[in-house]
Structures are given as C-alpha cells and as structure tokens.
Design a protein around this ligand. Structure first.
Ligand code: NAD
Length: 366
C-alpha cells in the first residue's frame, strides 16, 4: 500500500511522523511524503528520508497515494488528484461539516473520519479526540497564564503576598480534566463542573473543587458523551455559573454536545460582571462556543475580559500532538491494513462507525 503524507496547509501538525514511517515500511507499505510536511512540527525532511520515505511534490503525493492521511481534511481541489479508489483518513466532524465529503463521493473513494471512532475500550488507542483534547486542555491553561496580568500561584515574598489565581473549568471531560490538572500544577485554586455525574469524582481526585448543580439528566446511555439538559436545569446552572464566574480570574470552557451546537454557559451579562483583566479560553469555539461573546479563531477583549476562541490548541503543541496523532492513526489503520493490503470489513464496529464514504457512496447518516 502506498501511503501519502501531505503538508497540512492550515495546521502545524503532521499526521504521520518519521517513527511511524519506519514502522509502516516494516509492515510492507511504501511511504511518499510531501517535501516539508513535518517542518512546522520539527520533523525535518532528512528524518523522513532516513526513515525510508520518498519525498515529492504535493501533486505527486496526491496522485500516487492509495491511502492518504491528514489531520485537517484535504482541500476540495486535492480530491480531484487522488486515484479513483483511494482511502482517505482525516477528522471530518461530519456532524458539523457534512459538505466536506461531497467531493469524496464523486470518486470511488473510501473515507474514514477519525473523530467518529466509537469510544469503546478496544478503540482507546485510536482516539484522536482524546489525545488532542488532552493537549488542548493543557495548552488552554498555559495560554490563559500568558494573557492573565497576574501570577497563578500564591506567593509570600518580602515585597508582600500574592493570592493564587482562581480558575474555573466548565466541562470536565478529557480537555477539562487536563486543564484542571495543569492549573493545579501552576498553583491556582481550581473549581470545575460538568453535567455528567461521573465527572465529580475525577475532578476531586485531581484536588479541585466540584461545583455541583443538581438535577442533570441521566447520560449513561450516551456512550461517554453529555446529553442536552432541561430548561430548568440550564437556568439553575446559569445562576451557579454567574456566582462563580464573577470571582474567577480564568475560565476554561470545554463543554460540547455531540452533533449539536455547544451549550451557552457564559452570557454577555456574565462577562460584563467579570473582573477586569480576567481571561476566558473557549475550547468549544468551533461548534459555537460556550461563551456568547466568543469568536472562533479570534482573541477579543470585552469589558476588559480577554476571550480566546480556539478549538485547535493542540496545533500549538505540534511536535507532541503529531507524535500522538500518528500513534492513533497507526492503531487505526492496523485494523484493516494487513501486510500492505487493505481488507476493509465494514462489519467491524470501529470501521463501520468511522467510515463515512464507502466505495464512493455516502454511508454516514446524520
Ligand atoms: P466532550 O468533548 O464531548 O465534552 C466535554 C465535556 O463537556 C464533557 O465532560 C461533557 O459532559 C461536558 N458538558 C457538556 N455539556 C455541558 C454543560 N451544559 N455543562 C457542563 N458540562 C457540559 O467530551 P470528552 O471530553 O471527549 O469525553 C467525555 C467523556 O467520555 C469523558 O468521561 C471521557 O473520559 C469519556 N471517554 C471515554 C473514552 C473511552 O472509553 N474510550 C474515550 C474518550 C472519552
């Protein structure tokens, strides 16, 4: 199988790092990589060549790859260059951008969306959502610390005492828990909340306080994802958030609802009451954001509050993010790539859930 690696036009990461190139070649594949594909993640062309990859132009990679893997979906014009029956792997988020697959169905492509891999134990090592969310949670805190005109830790110095920063994390899933752990390590006082009952123990085990809002809907049947809450609960939650938000120096929001816009947790009225100089990092910005004033991929300052909307913070840690993404991709393609040949069994739960186009037909149902 000839596997292609391209230079991500809008991202600093690369889907396959040189270590994986070597493994894939040992497993009976050929690798063709676009020149400079790993440069912004600090994997240079020489390391790809030493691992056994052939370096070439973007067009050549696209035209000759039987399997192509990217972090951000290819551009529409890229699909036109792919061989008729190529396999394409990326994160399409079809819940939100189904039109991404339109071009794919004009050919006999088979398209897998890594974000659709089911969250079952067997697939944990392929879970790009978790590996990227964990990095995003860490980087959100570092970014907040960078913008906050205050210290994070408590300090007692000869020049006086500094109180610790107060951090509030909304949504204690993978990104939120990593944010809690990072903010704790930096010495701040951390509180977090989530609608999922299971999150309470996880937050407390990291030494943070869990902000409780009673009456959340049961989410046990949602496969690890949150469910939309009742209006009554949402109002109770907004009142509680308001109380905590006005005291916070930093708010990290990560709350997402699969297939739906992110819930609004911070209203503009709350922002108006927040402390001057405080910082909101909204990781849910690509699906609408948890703060009403968030603008995706932008930093805005409203009433003295810096609001950063960024769902791609993992791209700001490109070296390690690429390493982890690569490992997830390898574990995924091993489910169908045997001795250099693709044997796609769509009865396999992992392949069935993640396949959005099979043999040119859209098989994903919204
Ligand atoms: P996510 O990105 O979909 O959402 C982030 C968090 O926001 C979740 O914890 C969610 O409960 C929370 N949230 C949603 N609406 C909210 C609201 N209105 N108010 C407050 N919080 C709200 O979720 P995620 O981080 O990808 O994962 C969620 C859960 O799934 C975690 O418990 C994680 O451990 C679990 N998980 C399991 C596996 C596995 O078993 N293979 C893999 C990954 C994640």
């Amino acid at each position: 199988m000839k596997i292609g690696i391209i230079n991500e036009k809008k991202d600093n990461r690369v889907a396959i790092v040189p270590d994986l190139v070597k493994k894939l070649i040992d497993e009976g594949n050929e690798i063709i990589a676009e020149k400079g594909c790993g440069a912004s993640a600090l994997y240079d062309d020489q390391s790809y060549q030493e691992a056994g990859a052939k370096l070439s132009s973007r067009n050549d990679v696209l035209q000759s790859s039987a399997l192509i893997c990217s972090i951000i979906p290819l551009e529409k014009e890229d699909y036109k260059l792919l061989p008729e029956d190529a396999i394409v792997i990326s994160s399409f988020q079809p819940y939100h951008n189904l039109d991404q697959t339109e071009v794919a169905v004009t050919k006999k492509l088979t398209v897998f969306s890594m974000d659709m891999i089911p969250r079952i134990t067997l697939a944990q090592a392929m879970d790009v959502l978790s590996s990227m969310a964990s990095i995003a949670g860490y980087k959100a805190v570092i970014t907040a610390a960078n913008h906050l005109p205050k210290y994070f830790p408590m300090l007692t110095t000869a020049a006086g005492s500094i109180p610790p920063a107060k951090v509030l994390v909304m949504g204690a899933g993978v990104a939120g828990l990593q944010a809690v752990a990072t903010a704790k390590r930096l010495g701040s006082v951390v509180q977090a909340f989530d609608t999922r009952a299971a999150a309470k123990e996880e937050v407390q085990s990291l030494g943070a306080k869990f902000v409780e809002v009673e009456g959340a809907k049961d989410d046990k049947a949602a496969g690890g994802y949150a469910v939309e809450q009742t209006e009554e609960y949402k109002q109770k939650q907004r009142d509680k958030i308001f109380e905590e938000a006005v005291k916070a120096d930093v708010i990290i929001t990560t709350a997402q609802l699969r297939g739906k816009p992110a819930p609004t947790l911070i209203t503009k009225e709350m922002v108006a009451q927040m402390k001057n100089g405080s910082v909101i990092i909204d990781i849910a910005s690509s699906t609408g954001g948890n703060c009403e004033l968030t603008e995706d991929q932008k930093t805005v300052v409203k009433n003295g509050v810096t609001i950063i909307g960024n769902s791609e913070l993992a791209a700001d840690v490109p070296n390690h993010a690429s390493q982890l993404f690569s490992k997830n991709v390898h574990n995924f393609i091993k489910t169908f790539l045997k001795e250099g040949k693709a044997e796609i069994d769509l009865e396999n739960e992992i392949l069935k859930s993640s396949c959005i186009v099979s043999d040119g037909k859209l098989v994903y149902e919204k």
